[in-house]
Design a protein around this ligand. Structure first.
Ligand SMILES: Cc1cc2nc3c(=O)[nH]c(=O)nc-3n(C[C@H](O)[C@H](O)[C@H](O)COP(=O)(O)OP(=O)(O)OC[C@H]3O[C@@H](n4cnc5c(N)ncnc54)[C@H](O)[C@@H]3O)c2cc1C
Length: 547
């Protein structure tokens, strides 16, 4: 028996995109269901930088240039970018004031501020037992706040408190799985049971899909549920070839994949397992220290060039002296906890998938091409173009979360939601035993090697063969019960989304922003266009959109 819940606005995902959307819709007088799956949102472990939140010392034109040209490499959706630049100061200002979010000035913007001595656990206490699982946000946040400087938890916890006290928002713990094509109803699993939420508008805010890679500094649970269910219902995706990698994430057994802040001494180098200085090898004698290279995309690509040849890469601090290290160096504090002799022994690092730049194609109100289906936060694509300027993701998620929430609420025209008995696939399906973990591991590995920070035709085509084999294998999986069905659906959609990424990367025969092709190293004016992809009869179909 499927339970049917009826509401005005359904918001899926409880990061800052979803929380701000739910609050904004409820403040317009709507009844809101906020469906969150209890898995850690990136928002809660983020560093809390809010770059350009209030135009701190920059003119509008300077900001448009910094984000649109210097970072986005000419590929930003200009209408989205203008709306962000024009409205972020007001939206952010109101958010800080209304939900009492403490902020402080930071370089080029603001930063969420956490009370001194408060740990991630302290900030999240009172939110129930929801984050008690492995990879839980409490564990990740506690860790990051101790060794890094996760101020995003302060932002997250204030938004959560506001949601918890709103009489118009009903929180539901569960996973959205199916979006009904042509409608605004979602099939979800809540407490292991099927539920249909029949809404009058839906806002998807399920975050990125970096969990489709083998190595990520985000929760690996983010495998693109929202992208998958929207694409299955006919939504268009844009800029899928652009995935942002962080080059220097620690890749040692038993150590969390935290990324190293560039606050290490100037004489730090990068070596491979053959003892070669990686920067000198690729860039020449003048570039032997990490301090010489500020371009993270280039650094990620260089490292991956070594990794795809089967080599390992290490940060080498052996030339540095204890006095070279600032006492409050985040890298130093973090490493000394896990690797006390890190100055004598190189530390393995690798580029980690960090941010999904592309995503659901939206208009300036956050509306997708599906009627009354919105997207906000990292799931939405287009605004950042070919590369995201650091610290602008939270600003984007909050600004467009609020815009989408308000717009969804105002779009309701008195139509009753359609109630559909059940949207989930059958609870049982005959077939081969579902070896989902094994399939997901293979998928993540294939993506890491071929769809990583450096790409070429041969590896992308080979990945196509791998994906086809996996699709065949997973298509034969059976399941017994909704839990297993959900796992199979996730890996099936993971394969579909990976193929969208792969084909977008293969089609873009140039290098631009985060997209580096070793066989097409130049940027080409012919590619001053966006790629939009939709799933038609199970296959990605691309359209190029000139700018
Ligand atoms: C280590 C780190 C540091 C960062 N620091 C900064 C920073 O300082 N400044 C900045 O601007 N950006 C930063 N970012 C990026 C930024 O934090 C994220 O882009 C942003 O928080 C994403 O917010 P969101 O609401 O879109 O998604 P998230 O915060 O990821 O929330 C999405 C939620 O939806 C849930 N969900 C997924 N699928 C379903 C489903 N089917 N049903 C129900 N729920 C579902 C997820 O489990 C998750 O809880 C950082 C990222 C990382 C990894």
């Amino acid at each position: 028996m499927t339970e049917i819940l009826v509401t005005d606005v359904l918001v899926v995902g409880e990061g800052c995109g979803g929380l701000t959307a739910a609050l904004a819709a409820s403040e317009q007088g709507c009844d809101v269901i906020l469906l969150g799956d209890g898995r850690p949102p990136v928002t809660a472990i983020s560093t809390g930088f809010l770059t350009y939140a209030a135009h701190e010392g920059f003119t509008r034109d300077q900001l448009l240039h910094a984000m649109g040209e210097a970072s986005g490499k000419g590929l930003c959706d200009q209408a989205l970018l203008r709306r962000l630049v024009d409205e972020a100061p007001k939206e952010l200002g109101e958010t800080f004031a209304d939900y009492r979010i403490p902020v402080e000035r930071a370089e080029r913007g603001m930063r969420a501020r956490r009370a001194l001595g408060k740990s991630g656990r302290d900030l999240l206490s009172g939110f129930g037992t929801e984050f008690q699982e492995r990879d839980s946000v409490e564990d990740m946040t506690g860790l990051m706040m101790e060794f890094s400087s996760t101020h995003g938890t302060a932002l997250y916890s204030q938004l959560r408190k506001a949601v918890n006290t709103s009489p118009k928002i009903k929180r539901l713990r569960g996973s959205a799985l199916v979006l009904e094509p042509g409608a605004t109803a979602v099939g979800a699993l809540v407490g292991g049971k099927p539920v249909t939420v029949a809404a009058r508008a839906v806002i998807l805010a399920t975050g990125g899909l970096q969990g489709l890679y083998e190595f990520t500094d985000t929760p690996e649970t983010l495998t693109g549920d929202g992208h998958g269910m929207a694409a299955d219902a006919g939504a268009a995706l844009v800029d899928m070839e652009f995935i942002q990698f962080y080059p220097l994430a620690v890749r040692e057994d038993g150590i969390p994949p935290l990324f190293l802040y560039p606050d290490f001494p100037k004489l730090s180098t990068l070596v491979n397992d053959q003892g070669e200085n990686v920067l000198r090898k690729h860039l020449g004698e003048a570039s032997q220290y990490l301090a010489h290279l500020q371009n993270w995309d280039q650094l990620s690509a260089l490292m991956q060039t070594e990794i795809v040849k089967g080599r390992r890469v290490f940060v080498d601090f052996r030339e540095t002296k204890p006095a070279d290290w600032a006492p409050d160096s985040l890298t130093g504090t973090f490493l000394s906890k896990f690797i006390p002799n890190f100055r004598e022994q190189p530390v393995q690092v690798a580029p980690s998938s960090h941010y999904t730049i592309g995503g659901l194609k939206v208009d300036v109100d956050g509306l997708t091409n599906l009627p009354k289906v919105y997207a906000a936060g990292e799931i939405a694509g287009g605004v950042h173009g070919a590369c995201r300027h650091g610290g602008t993701a939270l600003v984007e998620a909050i600004t467009f979360g609020r815009i989408a929430g308000r717009h969804a609420a105002r779009s309701l025209n008195g139509d009753a939601p359609r109630t559909i008995a059940s949207l989930l696939p059958s609870e049982r399906k005959a077939g081969a035993p579902a070896r989902v973990d094994e399939a997901m591991t293979k998928l993540r590995h294939a993506n890491q090697m071929a769809l990583g920070p450096i790409r070429d035709r041969a590896r992308l085509e080979d990945a196509g063969t791998r994906l086809a084999e996996l699709r065949e294998e997973v298509g034969g999986f059976g399941w017994s019960g909704y839990g297993e069905m959900q796992q199979v659906l996730r890996v099936e959609r993971g394969i579909m989304l990976s193929d969208c990424l792969r084909q977008a990367m293969l089609r873009r025969t140039e290098s631009r922003g985060t997209h580096a092709r070793s066989d097409f190293p130049q940027t080409s004016n012919d590619w001053l266009k966006k790629q939009v992809v939709r799933i038609v009869a199970g296959k990605p179909v691309f359209t190029d959109v000139s700018l």
